[in-house]
Design a protein around this ligand. Structure first.
Ligand code: PLP
Length: 400
């Protein structure tokens, strides 16, 4: 008999991975599917980075490395934080993991005791609550509104903090809403956090470089140095350098926390792939022009998708300030009926209708904590986006 732990039974598989898999299955069955769920750049990993990986193999860098990452990569990460974020860290305060996802896993598993609370602002990337649950913690959700541009208000954060709060998670540019906090908004959140010294801050900055309209990025430990010794600043190469499959994420933070995360990693995966580490070193230290060029392409797609969606009766789409997702509201269509006679009662029904009527795969907002929304990724070609928007429009116009 197979027994599954109660710990595992608390969590669900990642909805975005499941939806991607569903799109692939339908395609394999010969269906003409348009999947707009992918949370990864459609671009190739830049050539200089791929070459660094070949070179690493040629040079025999194919062995175990230090569990927390090669000294060269950790130095380069410390340099990145110094130059881009004005944050000073030694290489002992840096960890390299198999993706930012593992950074978060390591952080929660190393620090959360049963019943500890993790404050997760809504909407949220699907994995934060589940990783907290796996660590036997309790996610505490703080709502936001479209009117607030999906940002947690300081007074709501204050109200959510209890003696049991272990972490507060920040993620901006946000997946799925694209929200970006200004320095002033971060300072207001920081003012709350300064009053609660037992709370640690995990800031997931993975979309740092995908930020539009010449906005300048700021991260919380930079805005409020008083929080630096309890903040874990998480980042990675997946999104900025189109390296999702290389599985390489990193973080910097207090020495004791990093040491504990390395200890956990030493008993799970050990080091991130040595080849990926060599590639990430090139990503961080090599030419950066592609990051900006690709940003311009994303910006054009963002403008196209938001203007198309906002012309569709019943939908409303805010313009994201960063990342590569739109998170439109479909509440205006609740109560409408499909040709097959089904009533759209929520975002799940709407997303099902898109699949049934137009073979368009989008993600239901419930997975991100806001069931009246749905998520579309625009990290795909203009051609596919145009086709996707046509299908979305037909699916909405086809409702009675
Ligand atoms: N954090 C956020 C907000 C994400 O959207 C994602 C991927 O979709 C990740 C982390 C995972 O990044 P990685 O590929 O480095 O594990």
């Amino acid at each position: 008999m197979i027994t599954i732990s109660s710990r595992l039974q608390r969590i669900k598989p990642s909805p975005s991975s499941m939806a991607g898999q569903r799109a692939r299955e339908l395609r394999e069955q010969g269906k003409d599917v348009v999947g707009l769920t992918s949370g990864e750049p459609d671009f190739d990993t830049p050539e200089n980075i791929r070459e660094a990986a070949y070179q690493a193999m040629e040079d025999g860098k194919t062995k175990y490395t230090d569990v927390g990452g090669t000294p060269a990569l950790r130095e380069a990460i410390a340099d990145k934080f110094r130059k881009e974020n004005s944050l000073e860290y030694s290489k002992e305060q840096v960890i390299v993991c198999t993706g930012a996802k593992q950074v978060i896993f390591n952080a929660f598993m190393s620090t959360i005791n049963p019943g500890d609370e993790v404050i997760v602002p809504v909407p949220y990337w699907v994995s934060y609550p589940d990783i907290a649950l796996l660590a036997e913690g309790r996610p505490v959700f703080v709502q936001s509104t479209v009117e607030n541009r999906f940002k947690m208000r300081p007074q709501d954060l204050e109200e959510a903090i209890t003696d049991k709060t272990r972490w507060v998670v920040l993620n901006y540019p946000n997946n799925p809403s694209g929200a970006v906090y200004s320095r002033e908004e971060l300072a207001a959140l920081a003012a709350v956090l300064l009053r609660h010294p037992h709370v640690m801050v995990l800031t997931d900055d993975i979309y740092e470089h995908i930020i539009y309209d010449n906005k300048k990025y700021a991260t919380i430990a930079e805005v409020e140095p008083g929080l630096k010794d309890r903040t874990l600043t998480v980042n990675g190469v997946s999104k900025s350098y189109a390296m999702t499959g290389w599985r390489l994420g990193y973080a910097a933070g207090p020495r004791e926390l990093i040491r504990s995360m390395v200890k956990l990693q030493s008993q799970s995966t050990s080091n991130a792939s040595s080849i990926s580490q060599a590639a990430a070193l090139e990503a961080l230290t090599g030419p950066q022009h592609l990051v900006g060029e690709r940003l311009k392409i994303y910006a054009g797609r963002r403008d196209y998708v938001t203007s198309r969606i906002n012309k569709i009766p019943g939908l409303h789409c805010h313009v994201p300030e960063g990342a590569f997702y739109v998170f439109p509201l479909c509440q205006g269509l609740f109560g409408a009926r499909t040709r097959a006679g089904q009533t759209i009662e929520n975002g799940d029904d709407f997303v099902r209708h898109l699949l049934d009527s137009e073979m368009l795969v989008a993600l239901q907002g419930a997975a991100y904590g806001m069931p009246a929304h749905f998520r579309i990724s625009f990290a795909t070609s203009m051609e596919r986006l145009a086709e996707g928007c046509d299908r979305l429009e037909r699916a909405c116009l086809g409702l009675e």
